[in-house]
Design a binder for this molecule. Structure first.
Ligand code: UDX
Length: 431
């Protein structure tokens, strides 16, 4: 199948590469010419495990191409995926201007039947608008179908998730696009669920909001654990073994972040409001997430009392493990709030230090390349991202390098009993 992917962000680039990997002919379009040049030369703009090798291989084998011209992408393909950003607006609504722009560009370039697939996360009923827009601007007056195919990949596991999907959701009731999508996804061996277009769009927002709800739920339970001396991990295991609940996404933390959950929650709440339904449950999910960060920072200030002139080490800047993405990262928020209180920071992240520099002030932050050296001269150490390598931290060296061995673990990476034995004052979440 000849496929165009418009937008080479996390979703677009990984989707295009995986489609090429299974044998399709893919042309990825991006309006950022510098990015297109970088990709054409074998470089990639993001860190995502396994992606660089896969891009290089498929470019070399001629199945993956890049261009800055939407017209070229449209002309060379039968199916066009839209994977451009849908960033949040101040009032929680979604900025759909990139989608609308692309719809017009596709319409202008179309000279024959195309399947236009929306992969970006969008509010319900966006597909209908895209179809109206294409119809209005298509001079050649050709036939087309607009369908929805939401993406469920997690950053840091994007290639793995895309190559082994739980399910493929396709929103269309027409036979022609159904056949095209069956052909595209056949090599992935996953069940395909066909729905109407509005349901497919809703599935994405409902899924992300549900997962965010799971995290806020366990974080609320963690607060009760802290008040009673219970252990949230044991509670999570105990409830998670019920297949109706499941253990995944029940890891208590300093709160969820990233470019999806916070944005998608706000958007879903806003859409519901507009449709006349007050989604109070999801508003509470947001509130619990904000409180979780406050409660974590309070633990630090309750212990250290005054933060002014204290040095605090921070392990982790990315919003989660295996990524260099710092958008809406709880770790960055921790840093910003500690800095505001007058602390100076020594920070480390295996992949996200460069991107963090764009968000953190130059003054008061020292970037440390070696995680075992972060704690030098620190009054406290904070674990803010669940990078598995942090578990290999040289704890004895860390303890001895600090003015006092005080560790705040926002990701429950270490064992409380072991930490106590090593002489740390150790505070984690819900344990
Ligand atoms: C999410 C969805 O999982 C994915 O299906 C969708 O396509 C995009 O949004 P992503 O934002 O990449 O993916 O990250 P995810 O792994 O879901 O984690 C989101 C946030 O929740 C991170 O900050 C993570 O640290 C946090 N989290 C996750 C927890 O605090 N506890 C958990 O148990 C799981």
């Amino acid at each position: 199948m000849n496929i165009a992917i418009i937008g080479t962000g996390y979703v677009g680039l990984v989707t295009g590469t995986c489609f090429a990997e299974v044998g399709h002919s893919v042309i990825c379009v991006d309006c950022d010419e510098a990015k297109v040049k970088l990709l054409q030369g074998g470089g990639i703009p993001i860190f995502e495990p396994g992606l660089e090798e896969m891009v290089k291989k498929n470019v070399a084998e001629g199945r993956l191409n890049f261009t800055a011209s939407t017209a070229e992408g449209v002309e060379k393909s039968d199916v066009i995926f839209i994977a451009v950003p849908t960033p949040p607006l101040e009032d929680g609504a979604v900025d759909l201007s990139y989608i609308e722009r692309v719809a017009r560009d596709i319409a202008n370039a179309m000279t024959s039947y195309k399947v236009v697939v929306d992969k970006s996360t969008v509010p319900v009923k966006t597909g209908e608008k895209v179809a109206e827009t294409i119809k209005r601007y298509c001079k050649a007056d050709c036939e087309f179908d607009v369908i929805s195919n939401p993406e469920f990949l997690r950053e840091g596991f994007a290639v793995e998730d895309l190559m082994n999907p739980d399910r493929i959701v396709v929103g269309t009731t027409s036979e022609k696009p159904k056949a095209a999508m069956r052909e595209i996804y056949e090599p992935f061996n996953a069940p395909i669920i066909f729905t109407d277009i509005n349901s497919a769009e809703l599935i994405k927002h409902a899924a992300n909001s549900f997962l965010a709800m799971k995290i806020s739920y366990i974080n609320a339970v963690a607060a009760i654990c802290e008040a009673t001396g219970a252990n949230v991990e044991e509670v999570a295991t105990g409830i998670g073994m019920d297949e109706r609940i499941g253990r995944r996404f029940l890891n208590a933390s300093l709160g969820f972040g990233g470019s999806c959950f916070p944005k998608d929650l706000s958007a879903f709440i806003r859409i519901s409001d507009d449709l006349g339904y007050d989604f109070g449950l999801l508003k509470k999910v947001q509130e619990i997430n904000a409180e979780q960060m406050d409660r974590f920072l309070k633990k630090i200030t309750d212990t250290l009392w005054i933060l002014k002139d204290k040095t605090i080490g921070v392990l982790g800047l990315a919003f989660k493990q295996n990524t260099d993405d710092v958008r809406m990262s709880p770790a960055i928020e921790v840093c910003q709030r500690l800095l505001k209180e007058g602390a100076t920071l020594r920070v480390h992240d295996p992949k996200a230090m460069e991107k963090a520099k764009e968000l953190l002030p130059a003054e008061g932050v020292t970037y440390v390349d070696d995680m075992d050296s972060v704690a030098e001269g620190c009054d406290a150490l904070v674990v803010a991202t669940e990078w598995p390598e942090f578990k290999e931290l040289n704890l004895a060296k860390t303890r001895d390098a600090m003015t006092a061995p005080l560790l705040f673990d926002g990701r429950n990476l270490f064992d409380p009993a072991e930490m106590e034995q090593l002489g740390f004052t150790y505070k984690s979440i819900g344990r």
